[in-house]
Design a protein around this ligand. Sequence first.
Ligand code: SAM
Length: 241
Amino acid sequence: MNRTLPDPHQKGEFVQTKFASVTKRYDLLNSLLSCYIDHYWRKEAAKELADYSKGPILDLCAGTLPLSLELVKQKRRPVAAVDFCFDMLAFGAKEKLNQKKGEIPIFPVCGDGQELPLKDECIEGITIAFGIRNLSDVPKGLKEMIRVLEPGGKLVILEFSRPANPIFGPLYKFYLHNILPVIGGLISKDKEAYKYLAESIEAFYSPKELCSLMRDSGFSEVACRPLTLGIVTIYTGIKKS
Ligand SMILES: C[S@@+](CC[C@H](N)C(=O)[O-])C[C@H]1O[C@@H](n2cnc3c(N)ncnc32)[C@H](O)[C@@H]1O
């Protein structure tokens, strides 16, 4: 198989380039390839912060801002939306924020989620949807998240996982490697980006491994909840008070 996964030291640049290349078709393809279920997944992830006050939330790897918007929709509060791909953030801001002229309290920041320009313990909630798999160094990213979280603050991760069901699992794997890159390639004109999506899902940590990395980084009350037969998993962890 012609593999597209980059070396860890080239991953940042590769990921930035690939997301810049598919930006304009990113939202459309997300909805199409997931049969619109991605909206439900983000709703469920945002609900994890429902019990938190109306303080600011940090949405990491925010892309074209779909989860940032869901967070504001569920509980009106400021969201700092960080992503290192300028094109994704700029497109999201232009398409989804500009026409509302400052009514939506989302503040896009172009920056690296592994080196946040924030002081220690300044934020009570962090979300990261479909972003952690794209970090070049997941343990480093998790350590940075716990650094900026206030004691008692919560991290919510939404990420693809691999369905374990003996019938659905192989069918999903076939879809991932044979259908998704073709549709993604035709619509975005960058088949490599969607081959990377399939291969990175296949190569990513299992829920058990990611929970263990979260604990190693200092998170407590770590939990995970599969959705839609385990196509995605929501992970949560708390910074000890
Ligand atoms: C699959 S998109 C997810 C976008 C959005 N959160 C969503 O729910 O659709 C992943 C995003 O992670 C961003 N990303 C990857 N590594 C990053 C890093 N180290 N720092 C900031 N953003 C990063 C990419 O630029 C891309 O926009």
